[in-house]
Design a protein around this ligand. Sequence first.
Ligand SMILES: [Cu+2]
Length: 609
Amino acid sequence: MHGMSSIKQALLTLACVLFAAMAASAGTRSAAPAICPRPQPGDIVREPKDLRSRHGVLKLNLTVRDEREPDGSIRYCYLDAHGDESPTLHLKPGDLLILNLKNDLKDFGVSSSTAMPPMHRAPGKKDDPCTSGIMSATSTNLHFHGLTVPPVCHQDDVLHTSIQPGDPPFQYRFHIPENEPPGLYWYHPHIHGFVEAEVLGGASGALIVDGIERADSAVAGLPERVLVIRDQNLLHPNAPPAKWEPVMPKMLFDRDGDAANTGTGFGIPAKDLSVNFVPVPYPNYPPAVIQMKPGERELWRVLNSSAITYLNLAVLYNRVPQPLGLVALDGVPLNEKPGIPHDFVDSETHLGVPPGARVEFIVKGPPPGVQALFVTRTVDTGPAGENDPNRTLAIMEVSNTNPAPPLRLAADPKPLPPPALPWLGSVMPVRVRHLYFSEKLLDPKNPNSATEFYITVEGQKPKAFDPHSGIPNVIAQQGTVEDWIIENRSSELHAFHIHQLHFMLLDYLGMPVNEPFLRDTVNVPYYNGRSFSYPSVRLRLDFRDPNTVGDFVYHCHILEHSDKGMMGMIRVLPARTSGRSTKHASETHAVNAAHPLCGLPPSRTGAGN
Ligand SMILES: [Cu+2]
């Protein structure tokens, strides 16, 4: 009896121990931290961590990692030394950035979007990351979008630089130019054929050239809030639309296999969006939460780091669009042109933002008791475009006890010196080039065959970009400026972007706009199949800065288009020591000085046609 009881006791104890061990192991499993942890729908929007330069230097270690999610899509993240994701890098003009990038990517079988086979490292071979140009799902590098830094290894080269897993940390090291306009820039990988997958998975972060309050005194003393809007694969791709939506025709797909533009503002979106990684998924779009103080003015610095999604941002109080005090586009203050007031603010009620572009604007917090929403309105991307419907991004919740954003701009800034170079709009271009966006079904008889995407210099043969050709499509000369007319011969929007420099938008759809500010990304409207001419933009490109010397790329910033070939290479040769120099010609384009923003403002008020 006694023996039996002790055996029972022993068995019981053993069972308890086993159970505890199993529970502990299950607990460990479920508590295993995600490699790239992300907030949940409806969460509060937190600022990315700010890393600021000290004594003129910002030094950091960044690791790029990836993981497979339950739905099979791949998540990517940049982690700093403390495990914080996608930190915002703050530097002043002249500061030195030292960024050690470690590649910890694992191969989850992501395939290249290009027709070209991926190029892997030969077994056992160590390639030079500066020259290998390896294109594989586990290769990485960095592009610093918008900065005028040289296109050379360890600075901002994306044509040859390729870092592999197992390589020692690769050092990016460059100075922010003294004349870089203060504003919002960003970093992301740029391995041809894999950019869409990595950016869609979250590989992006903000870089701020500090001092915007020195350029525009209207923002002095304001709290600043960085909002990075990314797109991602749908969390609920098979869900029916929300009950409040009108019934849409059956979903169709565009040439990239994304949900096709319904032209209605409703229907399944091509991608979900997130705000500082807080997802706002289809079909109900539960808003993220932005906490503000009632009535407080803030500078919102918004980056569209979506892979393919156009934004059309607005702030609604009780459904009424609010004025947004725009102060900068694509990292450049709107008063970059001499003569524009030092406290210039352009009031807009909605802001079109193509993928890759940035907008910086003043928002006044709502009074208590008002329903305040940050939304993106629909964008008509064209018959061949993907669906970008109306959606709420965030709800603005106000309370006097809400914390202010962690950073505040200087209240009493020293004004920036005026630009050393003449205004771009008053410099005579040395030539005019014509380029065009187009698309081609690889089998014209089969509408379901793959599509190739091109950007072609007029007179050349349309050809998907070959990163290994080494042959430039365009050769330009440092010290000059050029006008480029870019047509869209396809029936969907494209977003023209060029590395290393900013440009001025002279004409939009054939109408002079002579914008008194600069951009690095611009929407090009789609062809409707009926007009006598193709829609176009005319840009003035600035090759005056010596940092533009070298080989670099221009492309559509819809990344599935650039991955599939919509990219070209430019070679900027060093300036001639003698010969032609740029001339001043303020008469070449009458600048709309009295009403600097009264021309058609394509990206601010409408990303579409
Ligand atoms: Cu495109």
